[in-house]
Design a protein. Sequence first.
Length: 395
Amino acid sequence: MRFPSTGNTYGAAGIVMSAGDYDNGYYFELIRTDRISATDREKYTHELCFYVKYNDGTIRRIGPNGGKGIPLSIVAGIWYDLDIHFEWQSSTPTVSVMVNGVTRMSAVVPSGQDAGESIGGRYGFFTRGDSCAEFEYLYASTYSINDSFDQEGWFDRVHGGFQSSQYDREWTYGMKTNTKVKRSRTYKVQGRYGSRMMDEFGPVVHEIRQYDVTFESFPVIHSNLYISNDSQIVCPEYNSNPFGANFMLANTARINAVANGEDSLTYGVDNTVDQKLLVYGRLVKREDEQTVTVKNDAAVNRRGAVEIDISSEWVQSKTAATEIGDWITEHWGGGSDEVNITSIGNPLIQLGDLVAVQYPAKSMTYATHKYFVVGVENTYSGGLETAVTLRRAKL
């Protein structure tokens, strides 16, 4: 529901449940913020309120803040989802109210203050005073087991739909036991009955577009879709292969949504944003072989040039090659002691492992002497032996 900016603009409307012949019942109301005076807010009501109306027309406000309800920001031109959960607990009406998917208020009608009507009866929309309101749809369910919002089987606002078999199992049909008589004998049978009501008042038609993108320059290992305007646009389906992507976009807003480019609709012409829609991924790109040289001039001057060539098909970028060279010069460019050790066989040791040496005779401890394994050899002569060459790590 929403309050239009023009027309009868007092702005008080909502849902009534279990209404009787004299419009007695349980009323859940939203009021526009700019229509509540300071006096009304202090003595009577906030934007979200709940009250019981009796046969003689009197009302009793029930709920938080002494019955005044909950303060919210309710403005003209904005749609609000108002969800009510209403049940009887030990002959006492108990209610819970959500606005835009967030539980805002819970209340229990005190004993003896109910409207005099059992659960059921008439329900629907209402406006109060000099008010005009627009309603998009109204639904109701008699499903009585689920006693709170957003549990399994209810509307999933994250995924944007009803989950599993909830539509048939809970909303469209319910089960009840009927008694039948056949040849003077009674027996019971299970039957289905309609447990869901849905009425739409000018539903919004949402646009869905399909996109087919070809990766012309290079294939990819994987790809993903990025949408900056994710508050108004969702991607219900995305399929890709190394050479392209096929996906669908749906507008979930009640206004036009900008997917890519300057957006002056969402926040106004004075607060434009640049929306982005793009497919990104990891390219499979083959280029000519390149050579990167990394040198430590100070180390060359002190000790002379010690050159090493590294050629690997796994080094796939200039940046990666430079990082490897910088790592080597950082650890070994300034000189580093080397240790050769022969020990009991250990086939798990590999090149590049970081090990610590404990040798008190040379003041070597686990904490201060750490080494990279730069050479390893396993031999067998009456038993397995492992010989390793270690080079000091600067950590």
